[in-house]
Design a protein around this ligand. Sequence first.
Ligand code: ADP
Ligand code: MG
Length: 226
Amino acid sequence: MIILKNISKRYPEGSGFRSVLEDITADIPETAFSVLLGPSGSGKSTLLNIISGIDLPTSGEIIINGQNLTNMNEKRRTLFRRTQIGIVFQFFNLLPTLSVIDNVILPMELNGTKSKHAKSLAQDLLDTVGLLDRQNTFPDRLSGGEQQRVSIARALASDPPIILADEPTGNLDSGNANQIMTLLSDLHIKFKKTLVVVTHRNDFIKLADKIFIVEDGQISERGDIS
Ligand code: ADP
Ligand code: MG
């Protein structure tokens, strides 16, 4: 369970500040597939970055599986993220100097997984996303959809209970977007992880268990999913 308690986020602007999230409280259920919707600039990425501990709220608390992220120092938060959270970005964020398989191995290496074991796990994951035959190539040789599949394999690499994806299909054509959507939904069912996806895609929304709307600094739950 991800608990957001009275989260506010302000950014300094000019001589004052800009308020993005205003005292939001929400429970994101464990093992469910939740979608975050909302207009551009409404604070969806800000919220995901707060959930992942990349960013801190101005006030409020974030509690993940009983652990309070807001009380941790940066080092502990980073360690927490490495083991508990996998992130899928809109622009993939693969390391261009590492081969496909080394990109997937990296999070495991950081977590201290033995290299032989890490390699075989990475190969399993690349097989799962349909890219085992491309393991030794480099990210710039892959299409956008393929790069996103590698980044999904990387997000799963440390077997974190939570996967966060910020507009994972936002940079893909509709064919590739459909593939990524189906893949994320299938993997959610297969691995039973808590999945939180920011998206505008209606067909993605249909696959979700829960829908949250981020708008005007507030978060609300949308009841009907149809
Ligand atoms: P969304 O992902 O919903 O499009 P964001 O979370 O990226 O929205 O941004 C929400 C608002 O916060 C925007 O107005 C944006 O300009 C502002 N913002 C985001 N990051 C920063 C930052 N580091 N410094 C100042 N303002 C920011
Ligand atoms: Mg965003």
